[in-house]
Design a protein around this ligand. Structure first.
Ligand code: SF4
Ligand code: SF4
Length: 387
């Protein structure tokens, strides 16, 4: 990906952020630079949002553009739009940084095709917990607006995991909306984003240093909080006994996997018939342990999910939102992900150019397993099987 030196186009005042961004998108649609917009629109009951592929300007007017909540990770919605391949229509997609990072992972996993998309992100103050918003959509909506307009990146009204997110700014999108105390700016990130801005008749020439400075201040607070929360989480999940304790009230509904943008398999092994055993087998297991709890293998499901997706977890927090029994799934997964990603020197969603460690296997990475690979190769060589 070509990273352009950050210079931006002033879009307008932060106080009217929704209108300012909407005007820009309307212009892009009216001038034919984009054919559609993919945005969240409030549902008629007013207490949630649905992602919509918008062609009609009247529907675009109805979109809140930037929403207080994240009912689904937008990467899941974009996956449904593009999984079959690139189309010929060009669509503007405006998403949170954790959503674009999930999208980036899905692009690498061939689940999203992005050639015909213009991906735009913004400095994200966080998302209000779904349950809080449902109880008081107007109040929480207005709290979110105040946080956005005042550039409050550490507000207590947001999901706790948002307070530990350190990647809430410019990331792997084509364009990013940055902010100073008073204004919004559109910053090109890739050549595609740069061309889009030029085609709109705009020129990115404003210095982004003031925006970067206010962002850095908020980032330091987040980093401190992340270290503190991760230290607490590490202690709470240390060893099988503690891990069991965290998940002991799990009811095995698998909601956490269904909403996760990274858990993309169409058929989960844990829900498949391959994972079913007859009652004699279960009785045998009960005899060994004295008793067997149902649904079985609840912890195995979580450990299985961790091994499958912790390299790509983007800490969006949706798994915690979806848990009906309030297990802090996202804190655990986000902490585990930070450890796995550090071990592989990999940052989920950083760039489509960074190879996925599990697809770009290096033998020396896995210690003894890697040595075993070397041993097999040398035996093959001796026996002439490596041709
Ligand atoms: S595990 Fe949870 S926090 Fe991580 S990407 Fe999936 S839903 Fe988001
Ligand atoms: S959403 Fe909660 S209860 Fe359901 S499987 Fe996940 S951790 Fe268990």
């Amino acid at each position: 990906m070509d990273i352009i030196t950050p210079k931006g186009v002033k879009l307008g005042s932060k106080q009217n952020y929704r209108e300012v961004i909407k005007d820009f998108l309307v212009k892009a649609l009216d001038s034919g630079i984009a054919d559609a917009a993919f945005l969240p629109v409030k549902v008629p009951s007013g207490d949630s949002y649905a992602w919509m592929l918008i062609r009609d300007r009247k529907v675009l007017e109805m979109s809140d553009i930037i929403t207080p909540i994240m009912p689904v990770n937008a990467a899941n919605a974009v996956k449904r739009l593009t999984r079959k391949g690139n189309g010929k229509y060009r669509t503007c997609v405006l998403v949170r940084p954790c959503e674009i990072r999930a999208l980036t992972e899905l692009i690498k996993l061939n689940q999203v095709h992005s050639e015909d998309l213009f991906l735009i992100t913004y400095d994200c103050p966080g998302a209000v917990p779904m349950q809080d918003f449902i109880k008081d959509p107007e109040g929480k909506g207005s709290d979110f607006n105040s946080a956005f307009m005042s550039g409050e990146y550490n507000s207590d009204i947001m999901k706790s995991i948002c307070g530990t997110c350190t990647e809430f700014g410019r990331t792997s999108s084509d364009m990013h909306i940055s902010e100073t105390d008073s204004d919004l700016y559109l910053v090109p990130v890739t050549e595609k984003g740069n061309s889009f801005i030029t085609d709109c008749g705009l020129k990115a020439e404003e210095d982004m240093k003031p925006a970067e400075d206010s962002f850095s201040a908020a980032l330091s607070v987040r980093k401190e909080k992340r270290t503190k929360v991760f230290t607490e989480t590490a202690a709470s999940v240390d060893g099988m006994q503690n891990l069991n304790k965290v998940f002991e009230k799990c009811i095995g509904c698998h909601n956490c996997g269904s909403v996760c943008p990274i858990c993309y398999c169409r058929q989960c092994f844990f829900d498949s018939s391959v994972n079913e055993q007859n009652s004699d087998y279960k009785l045998l297991r009960a005899s060994k342990k004295g008793a067997l709890s149902f649904p079985e293998d609840k912890l195995m499901f979580h450990i299985g999910r961790m091994t499958h997706m912790s390299l790509s977890c983007v800490s969006c927090g949706l798994c915690s939102d979806a848990c009906p029994v309030d297990i802090p799934v996202a804190s655990v997964f986000s902490y585990m992900a930070s450890q796995t990603q550090e071990a592989f020197d990999y940052r989920a969603g950083n760039s489509t150019g960074d190879p996925l460690p599990m697809r770009d296997y290096k033998e020396e990475e896995l210690g003894q397993l890697g040595q075993l690979g070397e041993l097999v190769k040398s035996v093959d060589r001796q026996e002439g099987l490596d041709a």
